[in-house]
Design a protein around this ligand. Structure first.
Ligand code: SF4
Length: 364
């Protein structure tokens, strides 16, 4: 457990939705995330894949406390040496003194219990890189001010000289020229803008960053550049990533472990090699069958799932995948499959996972 950074236990996020019927309106509950349990280690990248509307973004934002979870726990394991006390001033230092035993003591911090100043002080340890590098940068701010904003807002660094040192340092790591810092975002290409977004996310030296479809809007060659940059930054800074994407082949390039989400529930979670070559859940198997292989002799025969992804407002009973699963049996429509470890570090939610052999031949 010592290298565990974040533990997520039975995380639930529900949204009340108002629906209008002929003469009356009623409030129904949308279960966007329903009982998700997993952990992320220090310096690790966990890939999170699933179809649109499966709840990937909601999982990421609930961990960051950008959305308040309805139930469950998010526990962040802290270390004394991570705290940059020397740079705390004013209100931040006062709040730190007041809450240091609770917020910054080494050991587990229950994120869902933090509010107000304590949550604000904790924020620089976690960050987010958005999908769209065009709309996520303020066109009226210089690149220097965009990158500096999280540092200034957190109150951890208040002297302009110190802010400039930190901005130049992270800009260099993200392979931005120093002269870029004086320009405005419109002067940059999509790939360069995403480097600016990454520099902004990492300037406070966080332990954990959610990359929400952060390369999906980029050309393939630029995607590869950004993925390599994220890997280099992880090696240099020891940051952990939750890498959210719908494209499994992209996730495979960067992730140490991969989780598969279906209608708000995890169906499989395993180290990348295991998940790609010995998947145990029929949904993972179907997603993988649609990924083209580098080997021209490898068979490419994608499994076509019938029907649409179910609406989370009326999620199917039993196993949520039973309405589309080609291997479903009678009990699948009534019994919810247990989330269990079937092999070392390999978790799956399927009644019959041990019976299926979806092993794929390695093409390298
Ligand atoms: Fe398919 Fe049944 Fe397994 Fe669900 S529990 S994935 S429906 S076989």
């Amino acid at each position: 457990m010592s290298d565990t950074l974040i533990e997520v236990k039975d995380l639930e996020v529900r949204f009340p939705i108002r629906s209008k019927k002929l003469f009356k309106s009623e409030t129904v509950e949308l279960r966007a995330v329903d009982g998700v349990t997993f952990d992320i280690k220090r310096g690790e990248t966990v890939g999170l894949v699933g179809e649109s509307g499966s709840g990937k973004t909601t999982v990421g934002r609930a961990i960051l406390r950008a959305i308040d979870p309805t139930a469950g726990e998010v526990i962040f394991h802290t270390r004394h040496e991570d705290v940059d006390v020397a740079n705390l001033e004013g209100e931040a230092l006062r709040a730190f003194r007041q809450h240091m035993n609770l917020v910054f003591k080494a050991g587990p911090v229950q994120l869902s219990s933090l509010t107000g100043d304590m949550l604000r002080l904790f924020r620089p340890r976690m960050s987010l890189v958005f999908q769209d590098p065009y709309s996520s940068l303020n066109p009226r701010m210089t690149v220097r001010d965009i990158i500096a904003e999280p540092l200034v807002a957190s109150g951890m660094v208040t002297s302009r000289e110190e802010v400039d040192v930190r901005v130049r340092e992270i800009a260099g790591r993200c392979k931005l020229n120093l002269e870029h810092l004086r320009r405005f975002p419109h002067a940059f290409s999509g790939g360069q803008r995403q480097r600016i977004c990454i520099a902004r996310a990492l300037v406070s030296r966080p332990d954990f960053v959610v990359c929400d479809e952060s390369v999906s809007a980029l050309d393939v060659s630029i995607q590869a550049e950004i993925i390599n940059l994220l890997k280099d930054l992880q090696e240099e800074m020891g940051v952990a990533f939750l890498f959210i994407a719908h494209d499994l082949s992209v996730v495979a390039q960067i992730s140490h472990r991969v989780a598969v989400l279906y209608v708000g529930k995890f169906v499989e979670y395993a180290p990348t090699e295991k998940l790609f070559f010995t998947p145990r859940h029929p949904y993972t198997h179907a997603l993988l069958s649609a990924v083209p292989r580098a080997d021209p002799d490898a068979a490419f025969d994608p499994i076509k799932l019938s029907g649409e992804i179910p609406n989370p407002l009326s999620a199917p009973s039993g196993c949520r995948f039973h309405t589309r699963c080609p291997l479903a049996r009678e009990r699948c429509s009534t019994d919810v499959p247990e989330w269990r470890e079937i092999d070392e570090d390999h978790f799956v939610a399927c009644h019959f996972a041990e019976e299926f052999d979806f092993s794929r031949v390695r093409s390298h």
